[in-house]
Design a protein around this ligand. Structure first.
Ligand code: SF4
Ligand code: SF4
Length: 365
């Protein structure tokens, strides 16, 4: 495993981190804790979780694993990361105390002001008391480092960073959307902040679309997973790349990929840049944060399907809607254009335009 400094905290974190949002069987707490332990035994030491992940079992799984890790007596330090999206001081404090109980720790290493999605949201958290509650918790030793997570565009991330409140940032970043977040990474780097990236594989989009993302393969023998992860490993401004692991096989595959990484030459980097001649931040990552529809449209099923309009695929829109997602295009007739899904979208996609493009594609098929 490779390690690097998390900003100026003095903490050496593993190049890939355990993203605790995709456990294969979340209700099987002890079985899933073994997956986390396996990752630790193979050198991962950054463990990310949050309330609500995996039917709200993720923090419990991490807690069960952490108890076992401490018994290992290993020299490898363990770093925990969790989050609160509560705007009020009381709400954040309740989240924090519950997380401390679930993880069975005295303090959280990296505690995130979670999910800054809209410009101005930080001000709402300040006004509500959440940031003051984080500062108090840090003074009490319950938080080691105040951090934030965000799906804002790069320029908006930069504005948050320039407020000098946080020591690190967790942001969505992959070979599919890196241009969209570059200004945020640059701002964090300029202030020596810790950078952790999530959605590292673009929600599976990159690995599944070799025809589009094949330019990422610059070394002999790289798989698409290697290519996507190596793309992030060559970016030294990033400390940790989160990967959502389902099981031990996922852990081993990702760690093997890290171990096969060789730094890119200048020519290889140039070929990567010239290969990225399309703007990939137009893709749905399948994160499902758009589950906010007042008329119960499963928005992500349609927008993910609209990726087909931008990627090479043998599948028709109609077939993907029907056989993969179990929906039909006429369900979009219920849409009242309220815009709630667009405001919630982590990729800030023009969802209503995608709906129209989908309808046109189905008519043409
Ligand atoms: S714009 Fe349409 S699909 Fe989106 S949340 Fe509103 S009603 Fe639902
Ligand atoms: S439409 Fe946006 S919020 Fe919904 S799944 Fe896709 S990327 Fe995520």
């Amino acid at each position: 495993m490779r390690y690097s400094q998390y900003g100026t905290t003095g903490k050496q974190v593993s190049a890939i981190g355990f993203g605790g949002m995709r456990f294969a069987r979340p209700a099987a707490i002890d079985e899933m804790a073994e997956v986390v332990l396996h990752a630790y035994d193979r050198g991962i030491n950054y463990f990310d979780t949050a309330p609500g992940y995996c039917d709200d079992h993720s923090e419990q799984i991490m807690g069960a694993a952490l108890r076992q890790m401490r018994k290992r007596g290993s020299d490898l330090p363990i770093y925990t990361s969790s989050k609160s999206n509560k705007p009020t001081g009381d709400g954040l404090r309740r989240d924090l105390e519950r997380t401390l109980r679930r993880l069975d720790v005295d303090s959280i290493d990296f505690y995130h002001c979670w999910y800054l999605l809209h410009p101005g949201e930080l001000d709402a958290r300040i006004a509500g008391g959440a940031i003051d509650a984080m500062i108090r918790a840090k003074e009490e030793g319950l938080i080691d480092h105040m951090t934030f997570s965000t799906h804002l565009p790069g320029d908006e991330i930069r504005k948050v960073i320039e407020r000098d409140i946080f020591e690190g940032v967790l942001l969505g970043y992959s070979a599919a959307n890196y241009r969209y977040r570059e200004a945020g990474i640059a701002a964090a780097s300029a202030r020596s902040m810790g950078v952790v990236v999530m959605n590292s594989l673009g929600g599976g989009t990159i690995v599944e679309n070799e025809e589009t993302f094949g330019y990422l393969k610059v070394h002999e023998g790289q798989s698409m997973l290697d290519a996507a992860l190596h793309f992030l490993l060559q970016e030294e401004r990033i400390a940790v790349r989160l990967v959502g692991f389902r099981d031990m096989t996922d852990v081993d595959t990702a760690i093997d990929s890290v171990e096969s990484f060789r730094p890119y030459s200048d020519e290889e980097l140039a070929s990567l840049i010239s290969g990225a001649d399309r703007t990939f931040d137009a893709l749905c990552t399948g994160c499902m944060y758009c589950r906010v529809c007042p008329v119960d449209i499963a928005v992500w099923k349609f927008v993910e399907t609209a990726n087909l309009l931008y990627l090479s695929s043998g599948e028709t829109v109609k077939d993907r809607l029907r056989y993969h997602w179990g929906v039909t295009i006429d369900q979009l007739d219920a849409c009242i254009s309220c815009g709630a899904c667009e405001r919630a979208c982590t990729q800030q996609l023009p969802i209503l335009e995608r709906f129209e493009a989908l309808k046109a594609a189905v008519r043409a098929e």
